[in-house]
Ligand binder design. Structure first.
Ligand SMILES: [Zn+2]
Length: 110
């Protein structure tokens, strides 16, 4: 029995192990190439999920910004509340997008 490295988490595992005890990656009889293919597929799926979220974040940002700049808020308590809400939505959209940018970079770097 030899010790090898898990292709996913790089922690030491037995070369006889069917699954990685650290990250639960199923090794089975898969070759290194199979595992690499599986990992890149998972990475691709993760990236497209983040991409969808980025689109949604941009949409939230645009809608929020539209109301901030174009909205005609009455100078009442309700109007101020609506304005603050629009600013908050814009900020959330922007921050969400920024987070997704960072996640994309981190996922691609791995
Ligand atoms: Zn692992």
């Amino acid at each position: 029995m030899a010790i090898t490295k898990c292709p996913a988490c790089s922690k030491p595992i037995s070369d006889k192990a069917k699954t990685c005890q650290h990250c639960n990656l199923e090794l089975g009889d898969a070759s290194a190439e199979d595992i690499e293919r599986k990992l890149s597929h998972e990475r691709y799926q993760k990236l497209s999920r983040i991409q969808n979220q980025s689109m949604l974040a941009i949409l939230v940002f645009v809608v929020g910004a539209y109301f901030v700049f174009m909205g005609d808020f009455p100078n009442t308590e309700k109007g101020v509340l609506m304005y603050n809400l629009s600013v908050a939505v814009t900020a959330i959209g922007f921050i969400w997008y920024a987070i997704n940018r960072v996640r994309t970079t981190l996922t691609k770097r791995k």
